[in-house]
Design a protein. Structure first.
Length: 334
């Protein structure tokens, strides 16, 4: 059995509302999403997604809004941020019902409205059936760890946070990443890695021992660079000076925190990278994902090939069962 644990969706009612936003970037993103969904109907049509699940032998799919239209990345009023997140969550709840549970929704947190009903919206979404929440790595330049109350509430609700990379604010990033789509291809894995490190170094993962965090694209660069990270931040061996010239003592050894996170397999279909991930992370913290419907042939190429890439990464049959469905079943309490 295969459950695709990290996919994306275009919520219809939400996009219609986003197209009327006062923010020009939000309206532009909504227009892009509408055109994309017309070109690739499986971004928006449930029946086509169900057909793909049946064709490629998948049992279920976990889905969430895609990052291009993530409302926390736009300059919206507090009221609009809250309202649009609620519309997304309602759209996904309806998808849950119409698909009879084969496509399960992960909601959106109104990060800029946490003091104005945002935490209550999290409660409502989970109470009605959503299985977790996706958050961007940064929301208008503020990193995930800056929204601590949302992380506390997710921990209390017992649902995971799906961390999804987004572009940095242009004034803060490297302008030469914009060319050749380098921000997406290489910058996003780095962005994910930065947020992984911030959640560890800030002490949040220690303060919230029940918090579950899923990092996209096998944790970005974490499996490959964990030795460098460990050497730099080992609490017993090093002190780090920040930009203000202040010495910072790491709270804990990053290597000890690796298994506090979960990591998906949507990394372009490279068995060698998955092997590296397994050596560092361990199969119990790896979940299968295709990032559908992104990718060649509107994600269908990945649905067809990604399971085999995982099978070629030298897991035992029992370990494959954990990666393909048992880990995510336990994590989402399916």
């Amino acid at each position: 059995m295969i459950i695709d644990a990290y996919t994306h969706w275009t919520p219809v009612n939400f996009v219609k509302e986003l197209a009327k936003s006062s923010d020009g970037a939000a309206r532009k993103a909504a227009e892009y999403a509408i055109n994309l969904s017309a070109e690739k109907p499986n971004f928006i049509e449930m029946e086509k997604r169900l057909q793909d699940l049946d064709k490629y032998g998948y049992e279920q799919q976990i889905t969430m809004v895609h990052s291009i239209i993530e409302p926390n990345t736009f300059n919206l009023s507090t009221e609009e941020n809250l309202r649009l997140a609620s519309v997304i969550n309602d759209d996904l709840l309806e998808l849950n019902r119409k698909s009879k549970g084969r496509i399960l929704g992960v909601g959106t947190i109104p990060l800029h409205a946490l003091d104005s009903g945002g935490l209550e919206e999290m409660d409502r979404a989970v109470d009605q059936g959503l299985k977790g929440f996706m958050v961007p790595t940064n929301a208008l330049g503020k990193p995930v760890d800056a929204f601590f109350p949302a992380l506390v509430r997710a921990s209390e609700l017992g649902v995971p946070i799906y961390v999804h990379p987004v572009d940095t604010l242009e004034s803060m990033g490297r302008p030469y990443e914009i060319e050749y789509d380098l921000m997406h291809v290489l910058g996003w894995p780095y962005e994910t890695s930065v947020i992984w490190a911030r959640l560890v170094l800030s002490g949040i993962m220690e303060k919230l021992p029940d918090l579950k965090v899923i990092t996209h694209h096998l944790g970005g660069t974490i499996p490959y660079l964990i030795g460098r990270i460990q050497e730099s931040y080992d609490a017993k061996a090093s002190k780090v000076m920040n930009v203000k010239g202040e010495l910072f003592n790491s709270r804990t050894s990053p290597l000890e925190m690796v298994k506090r996170f979960y990591y998906d397999t949507a990394i372009g279909g490279n068995p060698a990278a998955i092997k590296c991930g397994n050596e560092v992370i361990g199969y119990r913290n790896i979940i299968f994902s295709t990032d559908y419907p992104w990718g060649p042939d509107a994600g269908r190429s990945r649905m067809n090939s990604y399971p085999e890439h995982v099978r070629n990464a030298d897991f035992s049959p029992e370990e494959l069962e954990d990666i393909f469905h048992k880990n995510i079943t336990k994590l989402l309490r399916l």
